[in-house]
Design a protein around this ligand. Structure first.
Ligand SMILES: C=CC1=C(C)c2cc3[nH]c(cc4nc(cc5[nH]c(cc1n2)c(C)c5CCC(=O)O)C(CCC(=O)O)=C4C)c(C)c3C=C
Ligand SMILES: [Fe+2]
Length: 449
């Protein structure tokens, strides 16, 4: 598990002997590769709220670069004008999850000033709850500078481009969401996970409020943070529900948090521990191995089944130019799961491919759809699909894998198809998340420290 504080451990200085290339800072070979840390430089604020002014930087140590990205100070997700009103009206109702009951607030109000109040902030992507939400949700997603990474000179195009792409993509997306019941199940599942983590912590004698902060839809991360402030939390663990780190997921959410915390006197003094990735945790690896074993046993000849890990892709440029550790972490994650299966006497063939590419750029390869066809041509008869970059059911498991890819696989000659469910609220997994929180607590540090 990789844990960092919001203030991070690095300062933004050009390293001796390094040279600038494409706005990335190359670093000398003495800097250890292969692990990553996300750290935020403390910038003197110019006092402006202008969203177009770069005033924070994200550093990612990766295999090849310390990548620096200039980001605008974001006061909230970019919302189309007609949505801003809806969002403000809904902000109270959508805060956190059902764990912050009235009773608890009353207790909190009377609690002793020195009493520790632990908060856990679960980060997730968010998804449209109705078909009307699809286009504004896509707008928020494409307006994120960590999703569409424009060169600094073209930043002014971010929002018009987001509007255009979201309008163009909405019909296809809507079809997908319509096929899974008219909306994303992410909010419901994430709320259930939050409640389960709270109870697992309680079982370990740790009382905590557990909040849900979504990046692109309700309840927004900004709303969850507002609730954390109102609840006067004294120590916070940030736990992204992505096992592997990517600039486009955990990185983007942490940037939002850091921008808000830096501007706020209370939040900048709040000790925070950020869990950057947790795919290496034995509890997670065991839970995945359990699910895979259970599904393999449903096949007539389990030993002949190809285990097909399908991960959400990212554009190649994230890995090659921006130093996103996502691909490395994905490969290591799969290695760990396969090692665990082997220790249990399961030695099936396996393969990793990347799904859900969007737009004309190159994404991580091999592509799931291409590999399925090739496997069929190679004579593979039984296949078990394992979604690996996400721990809830969502459009890409329920529609893309269960419908599109299953259809393609069967059409390509694969006879027996199975799919491992997402971890959801599997109890061994939830217990491990609670353990991760407990382990992260001692390293909490305030941004201002
Ligand atoms: C680890 C998980 C994810 C990564 C990495 C990721 C990167 C990424 N995604 C897009 C574009 C889209 N993603 C969409 C939905 C979506 N993405 C993830 C996870 C990751 N994305 C999830 C869990 C979901 C589904 C949420 C739900 O409603 O159930 C969508 C919308 C759906 C669609 O139209 O296909 C888009 C678009 C990019 C461009 C990107 C990396 C740059
Ligand atoms: Fe995505």
């Amino acid at each position: 598990m990789e844990v960092a504080s919001l203030s991070g451990v690095l300062s933004y200085t050009k390293l001796p002997g390094s040279s600038l290339c494409n706005s990335d800072v190359r670093f000398p070979s003495s800097v250890p590769r292969g692990r990553h840390v996300v750290s935020f430089a403390r910038h003197s604020s110019n006092g402006s709220n202008d969203v177009d002014k770069p005033s924070s930087k994200v550093f990612v140590i990766s295999n090849s670069c310390w990548n620096t990205q200039n980001h605008a100070v974001l006061k909230g997700p970019f919302l189309s004008d007609d949505l801003i009103q809806t969002r403000n009206m809904n902000s109270q109702a959508n805060c956190g999850v059902g764990v912050c009951t009235l009773d608890e607030n009353v207790v909190a109000h009377h609690a002793h000033a020195n009493e520790e109040k632990i908060g856990v902030l679960l980060l997730n992507l968010g998804g449209p709850e109705t078909l009307q939400d699809v286009q504004p949700f896509l707008y928020n997603l494409f307006a994120d500078p960590d999703i569409i990474r424009l060169p600094r000179l073209f930043k002014f195009l971010q929002r018009p481009l987001a509007k255009l792409i979201s309008v163009l993509r909405a019909p296809k997306s809507k079809e997908g969401y319509a096929a899974i019941g008219g909306g994303s199940p992410l909010r419901k599942i994430t709320d259930e996970q939050a409640n389960a983590v709270r109870m697992a912590l309680e079982a370990k004698n740790v009382n905590a409020n557990v909040y849900v902060g979504m990046r692109y839809w309700y309840p927004f991360t900004e709303e969850a943070i507002e609730q954390i402030k109102q609840d006067r939390i004294t120590k916070l663990v940030v736990l992204p529900l992505y096992p592997q780190f990517s600039i486009s997921t955990t990185g983007s959410s942490i940037r939002v948090i850091q921008d808000i915390f830096r501007e706020d006197a209370y939040l900048s003094r709040l000790p925070v521990s950020v869990i950057l990735s947790w795919y290496q945790r034995q509890g997670y690896v065991n839970s995945m191995a359990d699910l895979i074993k259970e599904e393999l046993e449903k096949f007539a000849k389990p030993e002949e089944v190809m285990i097909f890990f399908s991960a959400h892709g990212v554009p190649v440029s994230y890995v090659e130019n921006a130093g996103d550790p996502y691909k490395d972490q994905m490969e290591e994650c799969i290695h760990l799961i396969m090692q665990e299966l082997k220790a249990r006497g399961i030695a099936n063939d396996h393969i990793l491919a990347y799904q859900s590419r969007v737009g004309p750029v190159q994404w991580l390869k091999p592509y799931t759809d291409k590999v399925l066809v090739e496997l069929g041509q190679r004579g593979v008869k039984s296949l078990l699909a394992v979604p690996i970059s996400f721990v809830s059911e969502h459009i890409e498991t329920l529609e893309e894998i269960d419908m599109e890819y299953k259809h393609l696989a069967l059409e390509s000659g694969i006879k027996n198809w199975g799919r491992v469910p997402a971890l959801g609220c599997t109890s061994s997994f939830i217990t491990d998340l609670a353990d991760a929180v407990v382990e992260a607590l001692p390293s909490a540090k305030a941004l201002s420290e």
